[in-house]
Structures are given as C-alpha cells and as structure tokens.
Design a protein around this ligand. Structure first.
Ligand code: C2O
Length: 479
C-alpha cells in the first residue's frame, strides 16, 4: 500500500493539483444521491443529520432505510475519549472515497487530504486557504470548495478566522490522554458511545478544535452541517495531526490502555467501494498501519522527567475538593457577564495534601468548572476571566446539540474545566488570597458578536429557535 502524505495546505500553491482535484471530486460527490454512501451529503450525515434542518433537503430525496441510518448516520463522537479515534476513522474513509473519485475522474493515484495549520507561523495561517474562498475554479467553472453561506463569517472576505487564542496549542502540554483529578487530559473523558449526549469537553476538542469550528462559522457551527463545508475535512486533518504530535512529544504521552477504549466499542463506515468497514479505537492508534503520514514528522523528545512521572501516579489518586460554587445561573450575552463564587478554605483532601512533604509533595492545583452550559444558536466563543485575569476560553461548539440532548436525556449541556492554578498564584501574589469572592467573567469574542446579527438571521431562516446561552453553575475545585 502506497503511503499517502498529508501536507500543510499553506505549503501548496493556491491551486495546487491536490486542491484542484479535491474541488472536482466534491462536485462529483455532490452529484451523487444522498442514499449513496460515497455522496457528499451521506458523508456529512455520518457526522450528524437532523431531519428538517438539512440545507440540501429536496422533495425528491430518498434517504437510506432507517436501519442503515441508525448504523451509519449521526455517529460523531464528542465530549468523549472517542473524539479523536472516531474522527480519525471518519477522515480516513472520506479521504479514500475522495481519492477513488479523483482516480475515476482521471486524476493522480496518490491524492491525500491536506491539513489546515492555523496555528502555524506563516502570516496567513488563520485565513481560509485561497481555494476555499474563490467562487470559481481557474477555468471559470463553479468551485465547490467555496461555501456561499453568509455565516461563514470573516473567512470568505479573506480576513483571518478566529483569534490567536482560538488557535492556541496549550492542549499539547497535557500530560495525560484522559482527564485525572489533576490533569485536564488532551483526549476527552471516558464515556460510552457518545453521539449527541451532553458532557465534558476535552482540551484538544475545546481549542483549537471547537474554537475554530465557531470561528469559521456557517455550516461549521453545527454537527449536522459541519461536514458540508469542504474546509471541515482539512480542519479535522489538522486535529488528527495534533494527536500524532502530542503522542510524539514524549514517550510517556500515551493513549488509553483500557479495553473500554481499545476494543469494546466499534464504529462502522463505508469504504470507497461502498463496502462496510468496522473498526475499534485500538486499531486507530498506529497511523503507519492506516496508510498515511504527515509531511512533517515530529521528533520524539521527552518533555518531563521522573519527578513528573511520580506526580502523575499520585495525581490519579487525588480526591478533588469543591471549595465554592455560584448559586445562580449566569447568562452568556453579547456583553460581559459575571458569576460570583464564594470560596472557602479546603477542609478535607485539600488539607491533607498540604501535609505531604519531600518526594510525596505534589503541588496543589486549582480548577474552575463551568457546568451545564446550554442554549441554541451559532456557537459563540467566550473568554473567561477570574478577577480580571485571563483563565481560558469556552468555544461552545456543540452547545445546541448538547442542549437538545439535555431535553431528551435530562441534565447536562456542556461542561468545561479550566486549570486556574497560575491565575490563583497571581492573585495570591497581589495579596488577593483565597478564600474570598471570585468574580468569573465571561467576555464574548468581539468578532463573533459583530458577525452574530448576520449569522442569527441565517439561523432563523434555517428554523433555529434562539434559546439564550447560559452557564448553569461555576465551581472551584482544589486537587
Ligand atoms: Cu465531530 Cu469537528 O466535529
């Protein structure tokens, strides 16, 4: 099997063959019927499909039989440790289908999906690549990499998409895949199959993944339409590359070893011949067996020493203690809003660890938990400040879906955890000690607010109800 090389789209010419052929393949796939697993619409429906909210719905549509839909559609895994492996399989079969389409159209045999490296140092890193905003191909025919949705915010005007914060790679510093009491984890929490269920957003899924979904806007803002924007696939290719990058940064950056992740749950797709393929997460971990590589292979270099290894072992045992929580929901508006959290001195596990000394001393960490975030509408990114010090962002990608799930299953919405250990240390150095009242302020991303009026009209046109966004509870934990 020849290895496909996935390249950084910024290193390609604006109309490199890889992009020109991708555009032609999209046109071809769009012409296929929705019930054809290799069609553009079917591929997007694998991620999510909401009857009544399909922008391409047509009275002559014949959707696949219900049993087939149940198995293959509405499968995207979010707020879960399956987020990375599921999207890896999804991308792999999509890439195979596009590549086969290109061969059928008379193109090269080695097509590979490029990736969009928005966190890169190149000056236009955060702009949509030119081929995605040109209404026409070089030969003057319509370009299907372009999406004329006015909600596609700034990208279509050639402006950078999202802020520097939206493309931060802090998630790669995470020491663990799964969250622990002391680590946020890069890959998401342990769950069962997790489509359309509320939950905890993992750090890579949060930023740059969710932040860039919202920042691109338009179809990219919702699970059921995201796959209809051709940039979605380059975005996820980058997320997949970041997983590879995280793994290679340290030999101790490892994927889960729990069989509940490795092989208990499997996911089904179709390959380019329409044949059913079923895979587990465990089968996804070695990309060399999957037939692709990234153009830049990161060099493994240990980033933490034995002390940290010891710390990690101890961290997993820590029992977090809640030291304060807001007592009312906080609305998320187009202007900043603030939640107040009375914080008390830790009395239980928080104290015990203060008594540890020498090799057993594991520095305490402080976390902010932002729970039960609900609402419907285009996801809007909020910066979170604790007593006016920046603490992180909550991009809200998936909030509409998690809110609808909440209606079905009760409870829920989205949950975020931010590590505010550094913020608290800064507050302490200014004499602003815990215990006290913390002010947790949610500041909407300005670009989003500016674009919202427009995007909102689009949503209304698509029949979106506008349940306002809110945070159910903000709490502070020490671990
Ligand atoms: Cu399943 Cu980026 O979405």
């Amino acid at each position: 099997m020849a290895i496909r090389i996935r390249r950084d789209v910024s290193t390609l010419k604006p109309w490199d063959d890889a992009l020109l052929w991708y555009a032609k393949a999209v046109t071809e796939m769009k012409a296929r019927l929705v019930a054809d697993p290799t069609s553009w619409r079917y591929q997007a429906a694998i991620h999510d499909y909401v009857p009544g909210r399909d922008p391409n719905a047509n009275p002559s549509d014949r959707l696949p039989p219900i049993a087939e839909q149940k198995k293959f559609w509405r499968q995207c895994q979010h707020f879960s440790w399956f987020f990375l492996p599921w999207h890896r399989w999804y991308l792999l079969y999509f890439e195979q289908i596009v590549a086969a389409t290109i061969v059928d159209l008379g193109g090269p045999a080695d097509w590979a999906l490029p990736y969009w490296n928005y966190s890169g140092k190149q000056p236009d890193a955060r702009k949509l690549p030119p081929a995605f905003i040109a209404p026409q191909l070089p030969n003057g025919s319509p370009n299907d990499l372009f999406v004329a949705n006015p909600g596609r915010r700034f990208g279509n005007n050639g402006q950078p998409v999202g802020s520097e914060i939206a493309v931060s790679l802090d998630c790669l510093k995470e020491r663990t895949f799964e969250p622990t009491p002391m680590d946020l984890g890069v890959g998401g929490p342990k769950t069962g199959r997790n489509h359309d269920i509320s939950g905890d957003v993992g750090t890579l899924e949060n930023t740059p993944h969710g932040s860039m979904h919202g920042a691109v806007g338009g179809y990219m803002g919702f699970f059921n339409t995201a796959g209809l924007d051709p940039i979605f696939w380059l975005h996820h290719c980058n997320i997949d590359r970041l997983w590879v990058e995280w793994r290679s940064r340290d030999t101790r950056h490892v994927d889960p070893v729990d069989s509940a992740w490795l092989d208990t749950i499997s996911f089904s797709f179709h390959d380019s011949t329409g044949t059913e393929r079923t895979h587990t997460s465990g089968e996804a971990v070695d990309t060399t067996k999957l037939g692709y590589e990234y153009d830049v292979t990161p060099h493994p270099a240990p980033s933490f020493g034995p002390v940290v290894t010891k710390e990690l072992e101890m961290a997993a045992e820590r029992v977090p203690e809640m030291v304060g929580a807001s007592d009312a929901p906080t609305p998320l508006n187009t202007v900043p809003t603030t939640a107040r959290v009375e914080v008390s001195t830790p009395t239980g596990p928080g104290l015990e660890k203060a008594a540890l000394a020498g090799d057993d001393a594991v520095p305490q960490r402080v976390f902010l938990r932002i729970e039960n975030v609900t609402g419907e509408g285009h996801p809007r990114s909020y910066s979170v400040y604790v007593n006016d010090i920046f603490a992180g962002i909550i991009p809200l990608f998936g909030v509409t879906e998690a809110t609808r799930a909440t209606e079905k299953h009760g409870g829920g919405g989205l949950n975020y955890r931010l590590d505010v250990t550094g913020v608290v240390a800064q507050l302490e150095s200014t004499g602003n000690l815990i215990p006290e009242t913390l002010r947790v302020t949610f500041v909407p991303d300005e670009e989003h607010v500016a674009a919202d009026a427009k995007a909102f009209d689009v949503q209304k046109a698509q029949g979106e109800s506008a349940t306002p966004f809110q945070v159910g509870r903000v709490s502070v934990f020490v671990a």
